[in-house]
Design a protein around this ligand. Structure first.
Ligand code: GDD
Ligand code: MN
Length: 372
């Protein structure tokens, strides 16, 4: 396919660092670098490469030494291994004004790099090599399962970005967007999505690419990575839809807590504990359950301070919430004739008010961030 055959165009003077994460890709490096060299010669004289290798043990250093490329540097990583940490380390070492990331297995055509760079020079915050825009294509003959899998993963990313191929690991951006100060989280495979969302990229350009079949070696995408992708999306939701996402988690925890409450009540009542005590114990159990779930799930990013003190604060906050619920329910009944005929309506409003109150006091009091 010749869609990048624009060698007659003028060279671009920008300084571009291409970061290539590798794990067991030694056999792909010669072809990769011969194609990168051609691109560098004709269009991108300011290009340099960082190969971020996780100590593959497949002769990668020998291959790099034999290639003897002055504009490429091999970094062998022995700690904190993984695709995203390798790429983030690359960001820190890169010296170019434009940073690009691509795979080593020749799925991503080096010949598309000038297009990505030009998009950035024209003012884009983020340029992405996409398989799904007009003019793009793919040679991967995936089975239906992997295709479905990829479709679902792409759909799940929709709330964060409207780009057609948010899963792509082929992208470029100006170094300045890293200066927003938001730390990049290195957990998960989709580092492009992480940068796109965390750096609040607005002007995003998609460049059609021909996504080639991996030439040699094996893919490293595993089920574990897919599970971690879901956790990654959850974290991005907490980041992008801050209150809405935290409140949804809080509400879900509250819903589960209601189940715990009812279950405990049923059991205690069944074994013959007096009802008043049963009700009180059921509520207390549910509160403790909710506290731990909120600590582990809703406010994962909150302080990990002393549990007894935080638990006491949580119970206190929730009892205020109960008072709010009670007061709102009675007030609604008092002022709204319809609600006096259907107290359930007032009760729902009361419960929601209590929930919002509990959420706000949990977030800004129990799990608040203390200034250092
Ligand atoms: N340093 C390092 N450490 N590199 C890694 C690691 C790791 O633990 N795991 C994978 N890599 C490197 C590979 O050597 C390759 O260069 C690149 O990351 C992508 O890995 P593949 O194993 O080829 O991934 P894939 O083909 O399943 O996924 C590709 O397609 C996705 C879209 O479907 C990649 O392009 C992804 O980035 C992309 O999102
Ligand atoms: Mn691949």
């Amino acid at each position: 396919m010749d869609c990048y055959n624009d060698t007659e165009k003028d060279p671009i003077s920008a300084r571009v660092t291409v970061i290539i994460p590798t794990y067991r890709e030694a056999e792909n490096l010669p072809e990769l670098f011969s194609r990168l060299a051609a691109v560098r010669k004709s269009r991108l004289p300011g290009l340099d490469v960082l190969v971020m290798d996780d100590d593959s043990g497949d002769g990668t250093p020998d291959v790099m030494a034999a290639l003897h490329i002055p504009w490429a540097r091999l970094v062998t990583r022995r700690e904190n291994r993984g695709l995203s940490p390798a790429v983030i380390d690359g960001f820190k070492l890169a010296t170019g004004d434009i940073l690009a990331v691509m795979d080593a297995d020749l799925s991503h055509p080096p010949e598309a790099l000038p297009d990505l760079v030009e998009a950035i020079l024209r003012g884009a915050d983020f340029a992405i090599g996409s398989r799904y825009v007009p003019g793009a294509g793919t040679a991967e003959n995936w089975g239906w399962f992997r295709r479905l899998n990829s479709r679902i993963a792409t759909l799940l990313a929709r709330p964060f970005t409207s780009v057609s191929d948010p899963m792509s690991g082929f992208f470029a951006f100006p170094r300045r967007i890293l200066e927003t100060g938001t730390p990049l989280n290195p957990i998960g495979y989709k580092i492009g999505l992480e940068v796109l969302v965390k750096c609040r990229c607005r002007q995003v350009v998609e460049i059609p690419i021909f996504f080639d079949q991996r030439h040699r070696g094996q893919s490293k995408l595993s089920f574990r990575e897919q599970w971690r992708y879901l956790l990654h999306l959850r974290r991005l939701a907490m980041f992008k839809y801050d209150h809405l996402a935290h409140f949804a988690h809080f509400g879900l925890v509250g819903f589960l807590g209601t189940g715990v409450n009812l279950a405990v009540l049923t059991i205690l009542d069944w074994v013959g504990i007096p009802i008043r005590l049963s009700v009180a114990l059921a509520i207390l159990t549910a509160m403790i359950f909710n506290y731990f779930l909120n600590r582990w799930i809703t406010f994962t990013d909150g302080p990990k301070g002393s549990i007894p003190r935080q638990l006491a604060a949580f119970i206190a906050a929730c009892s205020f919430g109960a008072v709010v619920n009670y007061a709102v329910t009675l007030s609604v009944i008092a002022v709204w004739p319809l609600a006096s005929r259907f107290p359930q309506i007032a009760s729902v409003i009361g419960i929601l008010s209590g929930l919002v109150f509990n959420y706000l006091s949990s977030r800004f009091w129990v799990f608040r961030h203390r200034k250092a």
